[in-house]
Design a protein around this ligand. Sequence first.
Ligand SMILES: NC(=O)c1ccc[n+]([C@@H]2O[C@H](COP(=O)([O-])OP(=O)(O)OC[C@H]3O[C@@H](n4cnc5c(N)ncnc54)[C@H](OP(=O)(O)O)[C@@H]3O)[C@@H](O)[C@H]2O)c1
Length: 268
Amino acid sequence: MSGQTIGFIGLGNMAGALIGGLRASKEYAATPILGFDRNAHKREAFQEALQVRQAPDAAAVAAASEVLVLAIKPQGLEALLREIRASLRPGALVISLAAGWSLTNLENLLGPDRPVARAMPNINARVGASMTGICHNQQVSEAQLARAVSLFDAMGAVNVMTEDKLGAFSAIAGAGPAFAFAFLDALSTAGVRAGLPRPTAQQAACAMLLGSAKLVAESGEHPRALIDQVTSPGGTTIEGMHALARLGFEHAVQEAVAAVIDKEKRMA
Ligand SMILES: NC(=O)c1ccc[n+]([C@@H]2O[C@H](COP(=O)([O-])OP(=O)(O)OC[C@H]3O[C@@H](n4cnc5c(N)ncnc54)[C@H](OP(=O)(O)O)[C@@H]3O)[C@@H](O)[C@H]2O)c1
């Protein structure tokens, strides 16, 4: 099955991360991948670095692909769908990465019989550590779903869900990296303020966050229980936790996630 052609329209950051993961995997190292981007230099770079065969246009990718990944920004998607819909192979799976484009929107342009999935990866795909949420319509077969999961597995972890959960999931897994980067930056800067060289502060912050996430994920313990283990009575860490609570850390995080979900709904 991995001999089937996989097509990509849009050869930007996310396509690069995804195809990089596929090429590094055993299953997809030699799979035929066909791609089109409206920028010739990107087509050439993808051909050179990732063995992505160049198509003359988007419709040619649609015509040749059993699985077609649409990796362009949401703004251009309607025009692209109108351009390629007559060329799509019968029964081929179309996977859209575009935020704010519902399955119904996609079906409205591609027809109700078309197998369609939405995948929301995150920027950590660049290091093989994406957390991707996937939802799909009823036309997607079990084999096609397994194929979609295995594609995104190549660049991290995958969770399949119903579409009504995807907005909340993406607000945490998709937008969350920006919040995590802001936290890492704030921690590192606090370290610099306390006299550490920036690289040392950043290394400490990154290793701490990686390890803390690993501990929560692997132990299955509630984060509150772990907080309790770190905060000795009358100790130093409880003072830091008190400052975070006083300044509204949890409230700020909750509001940030709610703002992302709200914006996604308005875009849809
Ligand atoms: N990057 C992320 O972390 C992330 C996370 C989750 C989801 N996504 C989603 O993934 C999708 C791709 O994002 P990205 O960050 O990879 O975008 P990107 O780096 O801008 O790549 C998109 C590429 O597609 C090209 N393009 C646009 N319209 C086209 C068309 N009609 N035909 C052919 N090529 C076309 C763009 O060309 P121009 O530069 O000329 O426009 C660009 O080279 C988006 O829908 C985004 O919402 C991204």
